[in-house]
Design a protein around this ligand. Structure first.
Ligand code: 5GP
Length: 125
């Protein structure tokens, strides 16, 4: 993966240069609603650190930080009231996954039935 882009949109949200409704924040993570929600509940959780994607985060972040981050993801799901009904976590790494913002983020989706694992038929036949 390329070097971290300090001007990516989530870096700007983290630095509070661009407004976002902060749903949750702790030492490891910040969460805010996705600007184009794909479900009734759709939050993005980002680490407070310069990581391009899940792949980069997993390789470079300290174990304590990784644990803290994923605990925060659960806190966000709980805060959105999604524990009982269920929710889905998605994180996209790189081109094939259509990652569009190069700062690691986890999508938390729920509030309604979410259908199958992938929306389209992605297998080439
Ligand atoms: P990706 O495709 O990289 O996994 O997801 C990036 C997500 O960021 C998309 O779902 C997109 O709607 C969301 N997004 C892009 N720009 C902004 C923004 O400025 N604010 C917020 N809150 N979400 C954004």
């Amino acid at each position: 993966m390329a070097d971290y882009d300090h001007d990516n949109i989530f870096a700007k949200i983290l630095r509070r240069e661009i407004p976002a409704e902060i749903l949750y924040e702790d030492d490891y993570a910040m969460a805010f609603p996705d600007i184009q929600p794909a479900a009734k509940a759709h939050a993005l959780v980002i680490p407070k650190g310069e990581y391009c994607s899940f792949d980069d985060f997993s390789k470079r972040a300290e174990a304590v930080f990784i644990a803290g981050f994923f605990k925060a993801v659960q806190q966000v799901a709980a805060k959105l009231g999604l524990e009982e009904g269920g929710y889905r976590l998605i994180t996209n790494h790189g081109k094939n996954a259509h990652q569009t913002v190069p700062h690691f983020h986890v999508h938390v989706l729920g509030g309604q039935p979410l259908g199958g694992l992938l929306s389209g038929d992605t297998l080439e036949r």
